[in-house]
Design a protein. Sequence first.
Length: 132
Amino acid sequence: MNQDPPEKSVRTLRIGEQIRHILSEVLQRGDVHDDVLAAHLISVTEVRMSPDLRHATVFVKPLLGKDEETVLKALRTNTAFFQREVAARVKMKYAAKLKFLADDSFDEGTHIEQLLRAPKVAQDLAAGKDEA
C-alpha cells in the first residue's frame, strides 16, 4: 500500500516536534553533565526529520546568541547521550541520528527587518502606496 506524501510529512513533523520537546526538557533539567551546557540557556527551535526518520537535524540557539560555537561544540560532544535519551522516549523502529546546527533564522529575520527600514527602501515603499 502506498502512502500519500502529505501523510509522511505530518508524521515527520510530529516526530520532529516530539524530539524537540525531549531535547528541550533534557537541556532545561540539566541532565547532561557538561559545564558549557549547564552555563547556557539553549532553545531548541526546530527539529527536521529525514523522510525515513533516521536522521534529525536539530536547530538550536543559545540565549542572545552568546557563545554559539562553544555551545554547538558541547552539544555535538554529547550527541550520543542525546540520541540515547530520544531513543528511550520516542518509540520508533530506528533511533534517529542527531545533527546539531545553529538556527540562523532569527539573524535572517533581523537582517530583512533592517533592510526594510533602510531609508531608500522606505522611500520606495511609500512611493508604491501613493501609486496604489
